[in-house]
Write a protein that binds this ligand. Structure first.
Ligand code: AMP
Ligand code: MG
Length: 402
């Protein structure tokens, strides 16, 4: 049996990383992984400009003239930078270029117009209310390294840096299949002994959220013949992911059949929920995951192994499950021996402390518990549990439900 870390290292060590690059527009690049270093094309700000609506001036002139200056000219957004006439102030607006010769802007609320002059306060500081050229970044600065997954904010930044085409890794292609004689799709009435299938949809949608192009391979019965037919459709995929039938029961043929075309490792990794799990390489470029059939085990093993594998394939550091210290909202007793991921409700108390409360119904078939789950408590292999108030490791799954 492998520990969680050993199983994860074994998988990530065998990922054949993507070797191709394609170029997409900013609009198409959301969630994609950068394939080549991206550098700024321009300075930001591109020119020194005003941070406020107000009046531009030269401090030396202001002091010499006793803090009153006649008004001359105007700088508006989109104007080329003008020249400040010596001994005068210029009207200026937020984002408009600072005229040559000026070194400060005073906001309009702080001046008075008297006798045709602008009367300034005596507190003006050199450089105030200016956004200096390139104070954010310089043309040529490296903005993103390969492997970075792009968010909307990243794309806004690249847009302001003048970058319009983004080299990214092509979308990974995945085939997702559920196995099990008992599985039917919702919409069909259940016959005795049947259950509604749910893992395939969860896996498929999570992969799509990672930017993977997914083909729905449907449900395959627990028969070697049917699984061999499935094998024939696996070529050309970067990831083939099955759920169920990976164990060692009399009707669990997945690992056995996939071993006919790939080198498949099978583990009962020391994790809960989660075991059993199989992973291997298929053909020139494919990777194979057999996830456990129990719905919650399937979700947890996806987060623990498949998501990091997709990141690694895209040359990214797979830090996909950030861990935070939290206070246990209740206690939990357990037998040591496996790293456990307890479905939990995370919230901030009035003092702003992160509280993690283990939910009732931790069976790996109990998908109902997921409704209230917004995080996991990670319990170390050798731990016998925790008491209310103890510090535990919390992994947020959806911050918008915090
Ligand atoms: P298995 O891994 O095939 O031994 O399945 C373990 C448990 O998960 C059994 O109770 C199955 O009925 C259930 N199961 C397997 N596949 C799915 C699926 N795709 N959706 C929902 N439940 C499943
Ligand atoms: Mg089964």
């Amino acid at each position: 049996m492998l520990s969680l870390e050993e199983a994860r290292a074994a998988i990530l060590g065998r990922i054949r990383i993507c070797g191709e690059v394609e170029e997409v527009s900013l609009r198409q690049a959301l969630g994609r992984f950068v394939a080549k270093e991206l550098c700024a094309r321009v300075d930001n700000p591109a020119f020194t400009n005003s941070a406020m609506d107000g009046y531009a001036l030269a401090l030396a002139d202001l002091v010499a003239a006793g803090f009153e200056l006649p008004l001359r000219g105007e700088s508006r957004c989109g104007d080329p930078p003008g020249i400040l006439t010596r001994g005068t102030a210029m009207r200026i607006f937020t984002g408009a270029p600072l005229p040559d010769g000026a070194d400060a802007v005073v906001i309009q609320e702080d001046i008075r117009l008297e006798r045709g002059k602008v009367v300034f306060p005596r507190t003006v500081q050199p450089g105030q209310n200016l956004r200096r050229r390139a104070e954010d970044f310089h043309a040529g600065d490296s903005l993103y390294a390969p492997g970075r997954r792009l968010t909307a904010y990243d794309l806004a930044l690249l847009s302001s840096a003048g970058v319009d085409r983004i080299p990214v890794y092509p979308r990974a292609r995945a085939l997702v299949v559920a196995t099990g004689d008992e599985l039917v799709a919702p919409g069909t009435p259940l016959k005795p002994g049947q259950i509604y299938e749910s893992n395939r949809l969860a896996t498929l949608l999570q992969l799509e959220a990672l930017g993977v192009e997914v083909v729905d391979g449907g449900t395959v019965p627990d028969e070697p013949m049917a699984l061999r037919a499935l094998l024939k459709t696996c070529a050309g995929y970067d990831f083939v992911i099955t759920s169920g039938g990976a164990s060692v029961g009399d009707h669990d043929f997945v690992r056995q059949v996939f071993s006919e075309i790939g080198e498949i490792d099978f583990w009962r990794a020391r994790i809960k929920p989660g075991k059993p799990l199989a992973f291997g390489c298929l053909g020139e470029r494919g990777h194979f995951f057999a996830l456990p059939g129990n719905p919650v085990s399937s979700l947890v093993t996806f987060k623990l192994f498949v998501e990091p594998a997709v990141f690694a394939w895209n040359h990214a550091v797979p830090d996909t499950m950030p861990e935070f210290a939290a206070k246990a909202g209740n206690g939990l007793k357990r037998h040591p021996g496996r790293t456990e991921f307890v479905r939990a409700r995370l919230h901030l108390d009035r003092a702003g402390h992160l509280i993690a409360t283990a939910l009732r119904g931790q069976g790996s078939h109990q998908i109902g518990t997921l409704r209230d789950t917004n995080g996991l408590i990670k319990v170390a292999e050798d731990s016998a549990g925790f008491e209310q108030g103890d510090t535990v490791i919390a992994i947020p799954l959806s911050l918008d439900r915090l």
